[in-house]
Design a protein. Structure first.
Length: 218
């Protein structure tokens, strides 16, 4: 098998296309059961199982009142397609993605590119949340470096900034990680601002923990 991790190389024996990211390491685009997916060597990044996980959470969020969406961690853009096609969400979407290579892959491989209804910002989602003055009705947090969510996205400072960013009666869908313990989740929830009500979903598709948050007061 030929593989050039300095850039891009197609493995002609298995139809896998390899990319090497300074942020995410090795990325792979391949066809799986008739669906093109974006993976790392250890997990699915976009489309495939991840799309099913996020859709599971989105099923619990009322879309009729959503007028603005923030996506922290765009990946290949599967949740953008879900919002538009499955949930008929017509709200403009702001997507924040730290990895310029993933932004390129999203356009080249999956047709996800800026439009009148989609703004793509290359930035660290943590820095964006702490600095922005914008507010949103729905924020989707799906920020993984391979198998792990960076620790700073669990920190109280980040969630105090999220409190300001989320509109009153707005929602947050947080894909918190893989195989987290109840103790880890409870420690995170203990430090959340009290403006949020939350619902925790353990073992979504056997591994992920989702939290849906609703901002019910300022």
């Amino acid at each position: 098998m030929e593989k050039n991790l300095g850039g891009y190389q197609k493995d002609r024996t298995t139809s896998v296309q390899y990319y090497q990211s300074e942020v995410n390491g090795e990325l792979r685009v391949k066809w799986l059961d008739g669906i093109k997916v974006l993976n790392t060597p250890h997990t699915n990044y976009s489309y495939g199982t991840l799309e099913e996980v996020l859709n599971y959470g989105l099923d619990f969020i009322p879309m009729e009142g959503i007028q603005s969406v923030l996506l922290l961690g765009m990946g290949g853009g599967c949740v953008i397609e879900s919002l538009e096609d499955k949930y008929k969400c017509v709200a403009p979407i702001t997507a924040v993605e730290i990895d310029p290579l993933i932004i390129d892959i999203a356009e080249k491989e999956f047709g996800i590119k800026p439009s009148t209804d989609l703004e793509i910002i290359e930035a660290d989602a943590y820095d964006y949340v702490l600095k922005t003055k914008e507010t949103f009705d729905l924020t989707i947090i799906d920020i993984f470096i391979d198998l792990h969510v960076p620790a700073k996205f669990y920190e109280p400072e980040f969630w105090l900034a999220m409190k300001k960013l989320v509109e009153l009666n707005g929602f947050v869908l947080f894909n918190t990680g893989i195989d987290l313990t109840e103790e880890q989740i409870n420690n995170f929830l203990d430090d959340l601002p009290d403006c949020f009500l939350y619902q925790v979903m353990f073992h979504v598709y056997q591994s992920n923990t989702l939290i849906i948050l609703h901002k019910y007061h300022e």
